[in-house]
Design a protein around this ligand. Sequence first.
Ligand code: MG
Ligand code: MG
Length: 276
Amino acid sequence: MIHIRREDEIDLIRESALMVTATLTEVAKMLRPGIATKALDTMAEQFIRDHGGIPSFKGYGGFPASLCISVNEVVVHGFPSDYELRDGDIISVDCGFYRNGYHGDHAYTFAIGNVAPEVLDMMRITKESLQRGILQARAHNRIGDISCAIENLCYTEHGYGVVRELVGHGVGKDLHEDPQVPNYGRRGEGKKLKEKMVLAIEPMINLGVKEVITLDDGWTVVTADGKPSCHYEHTTVVRRNGGEALSQFAPIEAAERANPELHTGHLLPLSEASLA
Ligand code: MG
Ligand code: MG
């Protein structure tokens, strides 16, 4: 069933979503070549618990960590590990925060050092597609309007692989609720959106083919062709004139700009980027 939330519930979801933003901002400050990805997870779990929260992902279906850390060809659900980040890597960090009965779910992809221009382009376009999806999250639209906006920009306009096996979802009292929110689909199809539905909208976009493979650990999803993939996600509430993101990118982006180890080429406006 699809939940319609009261404003006081939405406020609690917003609080949790903004705590994910704060956690990802702390991650952004730590990122550099040479750091082991499990150090990010250790910090994040402590940060979440210090703020009275529970990491939504830890133990969820047996997932072993507080962050999903997915480097380069890993699409989503990577485990934090001893792997030390290298110049040229991209790293997707997905995090959930649970407090006062409600979850926030939010993800961001970062560029470490000298990342290839075509990869930065993919990151920027994917982030833009999330914003276009959020614009469609308005009452009386349908799920397919969100899906189609993302697919049109990422695949139709730019030829990126749009992952099909993994989708966005409702979020609130449970981390994953109805409805599913695919990143591909047709305008005007799917369930009707109503004000105060809360959705995690989360394009997972590949530089190459859309096909993915799940590794033997049962979690780690990688691109079939080994090319990089990125992932941006906002917890979003459906409003009358368009979605309202409850999580925020601005604090994360400010930390990116302040960290000289990170490439901020994917933050350029589209018009400037196309000149490069
Ligand atoms: Mg997530
Ligand atoms: Mg999600």
